[in-house]
Design a protein. Structure first.
Length: 139
């Protein structure tokens, strides 16, 4: 769980420092779209999938409480032979820093990251998930 907790904490740190474009929601509320990437150690792929399976609640409720919507993680092996996780979510709250600080301190989130973080390998120059540049959005 430590691994995933660190990943989520790092995602939050990256989000705070990002300049992603805003997205209009149906209720006219603006959401910040965030895409990110990190490598995953191949020997942990099946365990990582089990941890994130629909039947495992994990920290889904905590992400929702932190105003993170449509949180998705995709997995793909690239031509370099490495496996990568590509994540996406929309932040819909009013105080990102406060929401992330609360999530970062939650004991269950800390435990989750302690399990998941060791399964991942940050890209060179990063300590966790690397935020991706948004180049297109279809409203």
């Amino acid at each position: 769980m430590k691994a995933l907790s660190c990943v989520i904490a790092l995602i939050f740190i990256l989000i705070v420092s990002c300049n992603s474009d805003d997205m209009k929601m149906t209720d006219e509320k603006v959401a910040q779209r965030v895409g990110m990437v990190i490598k995953i150690k191949p020997e942990f792929i099946e365990e990582y999938k089990r941890l994130h399976a629909d039947e495992n609640p994990g920290v889904r409720d905590l992400l929702t409480e932190a105003n993170m919507q449509n949180f998705s993680i995709f997995l793909h092996q690239l031509d370099d032979g490495n496996w990568y996780e590509f994540g996406y979510y929309e932040y819909t709250g009013d105080d990102f820093e406060a929401d992330m600080a609360k999530l970062e301190k939650h004991p269950r989130n800390i435990e989750w990251l302690e399990i998941c973080d060791p399964m991942q390998v940050p890209l060179e120059g990063y300590e966790g998930w690397a935020e991706m540049e948004q180049v297109y959005f279809n409203e």
